[in-house]
Design a protein around this ligand. Structure first.
Ligand code: PBG
Length: 325
């Protein structure tokens, strides 16, 4: 290719031709909406995440109805529990009448067509905020945690979760969850593995939203991945596929697009990416309240995640983005 035979700008001159040669397109089908639920009578704003709320039961169903109307295929649920429901072992996670099982049942009753994703992890339920149970040294105990997570996965699938999503980063949890689901007769429960989940500072607003933040910070580097590592992510993802994962997740999204691309190029399974709370908050700050900039920022950011290879994107922007696509 040589100038002037080739002028790259020819295909950028008009809107019609830009549309025709676009390599990546967004549609509402690409989006999953994360929602926070709590057991209060009223919804509550989350100051760190403009526009997001901890939802009461009625508002949650309203959000689900809206998602369905916008052709968003699925929602992902995260519980915010009061301190008195938390303990060192996260035992509320195994309560079949707990907040998330009840919410799943309500969603599937009203909107059976809407995909429901439920997080498999103990951190919303533990008093210390870690994703597992601790030993005497204060370390997260892998195998004990995995046994609890497998039970939690079954409980969530029984309550109506179409997709269970282990987000804890214990070793062996996908295999344990898959075996437990098969044993319980839940062959069609899909596992979305947070396979490459990094120990990231971009989760801060989420932890504030769920009350899982701790004074002096919460160090999850003993189980979540080191942000320095790229090849290790492929090893994690291959293992999870072998253990029975159906879909793989990279999280966060924007600072880890190289990992998304590696996964999409090297593996045959669908790869999703999670545009996390810190990414959402960051873009809101940049827009500074200007609706137009926010629209452009959200569409460009989601598009870039898809261009990197993500088949779908979990994003708090989903309800704002979907009508623009
Ligand atoms: C933990 C979990 C985290 C998020 C979802 N599930 C963060 C953490 O490790 O504390 C973060 C999502 C976000 O920041 O939007 N099970």
């Amino acid at each position: 290719m040589k100038y002037p035979q080739t002028r790259m700008r020819r295909l950028r001159g008009e809107d019609f031709v830009r549309r025709l040669v676009a390599e990546t397109r967004l549609s509402p089908d690409d989006l999953i909406l994360p929602l926070f639920v709590h057991c209060e009578k009223q919804s509550a704003d989350i100051p760190q995440m403009p526009g997001a709320r901890r939802l009461c039961a009625d508002d949650l169903l309203r959000e689900c109805e809206n998602a369905l109307r916008l052709r968003i295929p699925a929602v992902a649920l995260f519980p915010a529990l009061p301190a008195e429901k938390k303990d060192a072992d996260g035992s509320e996670a195994l309560n079949p009448e707990g907040l998330i099982p009840q919410t799943l049942a309500a969603i599937k009753k009203r909107f059976p067509q809407l995909g429901a994703v439920a997080d498999v992890a103990l951190d919303p339920y533990t008093s210390h905020g870690h994703d597992g149970v601790l030993n005497e040294k204060g370390e997260v105990e892998n195998d004990k945690t995995v046994a609890l997570l497998a039970r939690q996965a079954v409980l969530l699938a029984q309550a109506g979760a179409d997709i269970v999503a282990p987000s804890d980063m214990m070793d062996g949890r996908i295999g344990a969850a898959r075996a437990a689901l098969e044993k319980a007769g839940l062959q069609n429960a899909k596992i979305l593995s947070y396979a490459a989940k990094y120990a990231s500072a971009f989760y801060a607003p989420f932890r504030a939203a769920l009350g899982s933040a701790q004074k002096g910070g919460l160090d999850k580097r003993g189980y979540q991945m080191n942000p320095a590592n790229r090849r290790e992510a492929l090893a994690e993802m291959r293992m999870d596929l072998e253990e029975g994962a159906d879909i793989l997740m990279v999280k966060p999204a924007m600072p880890y697009l190289d990992v998304v691309r590696d996964a999409a190029s090297n593996l045959d399974a669908p790869v999703f990416a999670y545009q996390v709370s810190g990414e959402y908050a960051m873009l809101h700050l940049l827009a500074g309240g200007d609706e137009n900039s926010l629209r452009e920022l959200m569409l460009e950011s989601i598009l870039s995640i898809k261009r990197a290879g993500a088949r779908a994107v979990l994003t708090y922007f989903a309800p704002q983005a979907a009508p623009l696509l």
